[in-house]
Design a protein around this ligand. Structure first.
Ligand code: NOJ
Length: 751
């Protein structure tokens, strides 16, 4: 065992200093909060901690009866601090007017909304965006979303989702940055910057929310809302880093999660919310519960009733209650009876008011309620241009045997097959609440713009019945009508583009899958088409990694096109016809079969890594250990070579690793050079590989570029299971290449 070189408790200190600095700039705001809080009654303070769902449908207010009546009453008496799902400048103004004009102190509401990947202009699902490894484009995509959302009266998005997940069965992997904490942190920060900008009160920025704190992505067996049971090494090294990075970049809110961690629901978890987030990391924004996650503590068996929910959640540091009705019903009494200290309430309210001040809501509560601006900005052409750029960059070329791709402009007789090809709804993906149904450019439409040689056969339907955001998506497994027509068309064509995968609503919240195959009859259709025409290009639309070993073996060209949002068809066509050279790299490992899941590149070596001749090593008797496609993998229409790996470890606080990358093909292309390390021997075992640097750049044919990476203590260290950050001297392996499985390798000794 080696001795720790540095024990960086200073991370917490740096973070606190940073926040203190910020706070001093905001002294003015703190004073205003003091004055306001002096005026507030206990009841009004509790009101700030209460968030209700909106009751407006898109065409007007719901009648003032039942639950809606209660909400109106509470709004009027200052018992509501925030609403979610109120959208539209006019609707937002009407609700805001109630609290501003009718409550005693007129404290404006903060309106939150799930702006996950776009508002009206829909950008690719976050997992797809993560495949771009392009932080600038991702930041821009979030800015587009913020601009449109702000113009619709929204102040605050419940994004980005920072949950690392290794389980493709979990439907919410579509919402995140994939399996890796380093990449996930960079992407999360880019999105926070995109949403929040430098000035929260600017008309094109909104407050972001790092969610779901914490470990929600580790739901057992990939089943949403399921038990989480992970060790603290995983918690500190895998789960926390993206959240910490977001806090270091001033994310203004954090959402807790539905799951338990070590037997304690996140909403009632003091360790997560007070000790780690607020104390250790110095987070000075506020924590919102997830929807009803407070009252779900009763189902978890942690609280006996709603009153206990209020006590446990408030004491644990959950500042705002989303739709549990616990704070509004019980917090005042709990304080008056001495069960909850008024200090707890004051701290929470201060945090909430701070964000409201920063948003400029006290200067002008209606600043986001301008219907003219709303008209101008929704679906603005610039936003669609950014969405197209993001969509093209999100596509990953998985296979291209015999350079079947790109297609040339004079390619004759192109068949397009698959119900998803003409679908204008599914490409919008899950979590796109504000978008217009069927507003995406379908793959078929995109292709038709490029070629007059396109003929289309739908094949069997993928989905039976209506698809909506809230219903279960039902898959057609029996109706083969359309099969014959599709096969016949393939027979008479030179090349076949098959668009297969998942419907947009097969992933997202509550949409876990036990299988990761092509759902319904699609595999059968693929094999039938391949039986009559080998020139098949498979375009995959999906919200999670899928397992398709047969296609990977037999289909010559495969393009991972996810769900790319409003501009899907144009992006796919531009890549298929070579107008854009694909540059995406997988942010999650694609398994060969569901039995391999959870499968991830940064696993531990185990004591029996093998292979050996006997059976006694870590493997399956009926499946490979290798994935179908590894993390960081993605091809291009050109080829990149890596040479000249140099490592300079003279300065242990800044180890330099450089490499030269050359474009050896005959077209311009973008590459993502990735740096992985392995800490060979450590006092707490380290993974076989860990991503610790990447750079995306473009190269002309025959052009070379020298890339230099810096490995500082941040990259070389790790968290011990008790949360201490250590950097240990000793030998490190280094690998630099175009994916997690190939590249140049070397090593160095850290002194
Ligand atoms: C529940 C989801 O878990 C969360 O991510 C979302 O922001 C809220 N519902 C609000 O819609």
């Amino acid at each position: 065992m080696k001795k720790p070189l540095v024990k960086i408790l200073s991370i917490a200190i740096v973070c606190t200093l940073f926040n203190t600095q910020m706070n001093s700039q905001n002294k003015d705001i703190e004073k205003k909060i003091d004055s306001l809080m002096n005026l507030m009654t206990l009841e009004e303070k509790v009101g700030q901690m209460n968030q209700y769902n909106g009751f407006w449908n898109l065409t007007g207010p719901a009648p003032e009866e039942g639950n809606a009546k209660l909400k109106y009453d509470h709004l009027r008496s200052g018992l509501v601090g925030s609403m979610l799902n109120v959208r539209g400048a006019e609707n937002a103004r009407k609700i805001q007017e109630i609290v501003v004009n009718e409550t005693r102190l007129g404290i404006p509401l903060i309106f939150g909304y799930d702006v996950i990947h776009g508002q009206k202009t829909i950008t690719p699902i976050p997992l797809a965006e993560a495949a771009s490894w392009d932080l600038k484009a991702i930041e821009m995509s979030a800015r587009v979303a913020a601009t449109e959302a702000a113009a619709e009266g929204i102040h605050w998005t419940f994004a980005p989702m920072m949950d690392i997940s290794r389980d493709a069965r979990w439907g919410r992997v579509m919402e995140g940055g994939g399996e890796d904490p380093y990449l996930g942190a960079k992407i999360g920060v880019a999105r926070v910057k995109g949403f929040q900008g430098d000035d929260l009160s600017a008309p094109n920025t909104i407050a972001a929310c790092a969610k779901h704190f914490a470990a929600y992505g580790f739901a057992e067996s990939g089943k949403d809302y399921n038990t989480v049971d992970i060790g603290t090494s995983t918690l500190y090294n895998i789960v926390f880093p993206p959240f910490k990075a977001a806090v270091d970049h001033n994310v203004r809110t954090v959402m807790n999660s539905f799951n338990i961690l070590n037997g304690i629901p996140a909403t009632g978890n003091k360790f997560l919310q007070r000790d780690v987030l607020k104390e250790m990391w110095g987070f000075d924004g506020f924590i919102i519960s997830d929807w009803g996650s407070g009252k779900e503590m009763i189902d978890h068996g942690f609280a006996k009733d709603l009153k206990e929910v209020a006590r446990l959640a408030a004491n644990a540091g959950s500042d705002m209650d989303m739709e549990s009705y616990a704070y509004v019903a019980h917090l005042k009494d709990l304080v008056e009876s001495g069960t909850v200290s008024e200090k707890v309430i004051d701290q929470a309210v201060r945090r909430i008011l701070r964000v409201k001040f920063e948003l400029g809501l006290f200067d002008d509560p209606y600043r986001y309620c301008d219907t003219v601006r709303e008209q101008e900005l929704m679906n603005h052409p610039d936003h669609h241009a950014a969405a197209l750029d993001m969509a093209r960059k999100s596509i990953v070329l998985l296979k291209n045997e015999g350079n079947l791709l790109p297609l040339t402009k004079d390619q004759k007789k192109i068949a397009v097959i698959g119900a998803l090809a003409s679908d204008k709804n599914s490409p919008l993906g899950s979590w796109r609440l504000a978008s217009e149904d069927n507003s995406a450019v379908s793959v078929l439409e995109g292709l038709q713009r490029y070629s007059s040689e396109i003929t289309y056969a739908r094949g069997p339907e993928l989905v039976v019945g209506e698809t909506t955001f809230i219903n279960e998506v039902r898959i057609n497994e029996t109706d083969r009508s359309g099969f014959q027509e599709a096969v016949q068309l393939a027979k008479n064509s030179e090349v076949v583009i098959m668009v297969l995968g998942e419907h947009g609503f097969q992933s997202g919240e509550g949409r876990s899958r036990a299988e990761l195959d092509l759902p319904g009859l699609q595999q059968e259709l693929l094999e039938a088409v391949h039986g009559v025409n080998k020139n098949v290009i498979l375009v995959l639309n999906n919200g999670r990694p899928l397992a398709f070993p047969w296609a990977s073996e037999n289909i010559p060209a495969i393009l991972e096109a996810w769900q790319l949002g409003s501009q899907t068809g144009h992006a796919v066509a531009q890549v298929l016809f070579g107008e854009y050279n694909p540059s995406g790299k997988l942010p999650m490992t694609f398994p060969r079969s569901v039995g391999q899941v959870p499968i991830y590149y940064n696993h531990f070596n185990t004591g029996r890594p093998g292979p050996i001749e006997l059976v006694f090593w870590t493997h399956y008797i009926d499946e490979n250990n290798a994935p179908l496609y590894p993390f960081g993998y993605g091809l291009s229409y050109t080829e990149f070579s890596y040479s000249d790996l140099k490592i300079d470890a003279a300065n242990p606080k800044d180890v330099k690793v450089s490499v030269t990358v050359t474009n050896k093909g005959d077209r311009m292309g973008e590459e993502v050079a990735q740096l992985y390390i392995r800490d060979k021997v450590a006092s707490n075992v380290r993974p076989v590989k860990e991503l610790k640097g990447f750079e995306k750049f473009s190269l002309k044919p025959n052009e070379s570029k020298k890339i230099t990476f810096s490995l500082t203590e941040n990259e070389l260290g790790f968290y011990m299971p008790d949360g201490d950050f250590v950097v240990e001297p000793g030998e490190f392996d280094v690998m630099v290449g175009g994916s997690s499985v190939e590249g140049l390798s070397g090593s160095f000794v850290l002194k």
